[in-house]
Design a protein around this ligand. Structure first.
Ligand code: PMP
Length: 397
């Protein structure tokens, strides 16, 4: 029954119909369902205008669509208090995290305050904090980039983090699902460690649309994600802020015209996720990822990367949502990328935008979403198995 559901899901992605190529790079950007494309087309051909300045119908309608987008995003992430919290439409995850680092931090923190950021996360969740360092230092705020190891389970190593969190810690910036390992990193434990008064800023770029994401349940204060990874257009993203500890943006506002079409696409994507059922997407991609991980680990020369070399894959397989990354000692990741592309398999080869503590260069990332199939995964495994044999069979001279 999950398989029937999945066939119907896949059929909604026009870019995937009528092609033999397998798109396995959804952690980079996701494909768009027909309803999102339709909404964009309808808007641009029917009511395109700028927002917030209008005396006429299209402009008012555009303003309403922006409002609806924020509401729909609030629903998707289970905002407990839409009246008081803010869904800010920004360019993407990186911009959202920059807003927190460069605006909120500098506006809000002062003398002796500290923030803690693990340096093995996505660079988008490292660089903004590095950029904020000087401005923060001028206000007496310390930015601590921590080369924080992960536990073999893929969780943050809370024991290693504990000594770094002190009385003056005001913010911890963490990631929900890791973009290389695919593991749901169990950020509940971070909240338990830091207590109620520390602001948690969550990079949810790889989790929104992949599994149910609830800011209420996760108990975070900021949440950032990108529309383009959540089946909407590029150039739109979200910074959600719990108002009680959030940025004071109401009286500042965002200058410039909003990305109206992006907001339309994002609202349509949220509708699509709701209709499709994110919990089912999670079940599908976890199962598919398990099949992939299992198949890869049977290949003699392939090594699946975990958060540590000792990662026990079995223990995390139910918490892996999309990305699976591996290395082949006999062939460089770049070469492997070309070989796979020759077989119509689109993967991400080489570096993966990981922070200074990450050592995951020269690897290949396969990342799955709702539209990927068992056949695609098996095809990839088959190509790798043949490569394994070709590389290890001695040639006769
Ligand atoms: N964080 C994570 C975990 C990501 O995977 C990505 C994109 N690969 C980003 C942040 C950055 O997203 P964007 O480029 O859309 O700003």
């Amino acid at each position: 029954e999950l398989a029937d559901w999945q066939r119907a899901v896949r059929a909604q992605f026009p870019i995937l119909t009528g092609t033999d190529e397998a798109y396995l790079d959804s952690a980079a950007t996701a494909q768009k369902p027909q309803v999102v494309l339709d909404a964009v087309q309808r808007y641009l051909t029917g009511e395109n205008a700028n927002a917030g300045r209008g005396t006429y119908r299209w402009a008012n309608r555009t303003t309403a669509l922006l409002h609806r987008c924020r509401e729909r995003v609030g629903d998707l992430i289970d905002d407990p208090d839409p009246e008081r919290s803010g869904v800010h439409l920004v360019g993407g995850t990186t911009e959202a995290l920059r807003r927190v680092a460069l605006d909120w931090l500098v506006d809000t923190l002062a003398d002796g305050d500290e923030i803690v950021v693990p340096a093995a996360d996505h660079l988008a969740n490292v660089i903004p904090w590095q950029e904020a360092r000087d401005a923060a230092a001028r206000r007496g705020v310390t930015v601590r980039l921590v080369e924080m190891p992960y536990e073999p389970s893929g969780d943050y190593d809370v024991a290693a983090l504990a000594p770094l969190v002190g009385e003056r810690t005001r913010l911890v910036a963490v990631t929900h699902v890791h973009h290389v390992y695919g593991v749901d990193m169990n950020v509940h434990r971070i909240r338990r460690l830091v207590g109620d008064d520390v602001v948690i800023c969550l990079d949810a770029a790889q989790s929104v649309g992949h599994l149910p994401v609830s800011v209420t349940d996760l108990d975070v204060d900021f949440l950032a994600f990108s529309g383009h990874k959540a089946m909407a257009l590029p150039g739109i993203g979200v910074l959600w802020a719990r108002n009680r500890r959030g940025p004071r943006y109401e009286h500042r506002g965002w200058p410039g015209s909003p990305h109206t079409v992006g907001a339309v696409s994002l609202a349509a994507a949220v509708d699509w996720f709701e209709a499709t059922d994110v919990a089912r997407i999670a079940r599908w991609t976890v199962a598919l990822g398990a099949r992939l991980t299992d198949g890869l680990s049977r290949l003699r020369d392939v090594r699946v990367l975990g958060c540590q070399d000792s990662l026990t894959l079995d223990s995390t397989v139910q918490r892996r949502h999309g990305p699976v990354t591996f290395r082949h000692p006999g062939i460089s990741a770049a070469d492997l990328g070309f070989v796979l592309a020759d077989h119509g398999l689109m993967v991400r080869a080489n570096a993966h935008c990981q922070g200074p503590a990450g050592e995951r260069e020269n690897s290949v990332r396969v990342s799955l979403h709702a539209y990927n199939t068992v056949e695609e995964v098996d095809r990839l495994l088959d190509v790798l198995a043949r490569l394994d044999t070709a590389l290890t069979t001695p040639s006769h001279h």
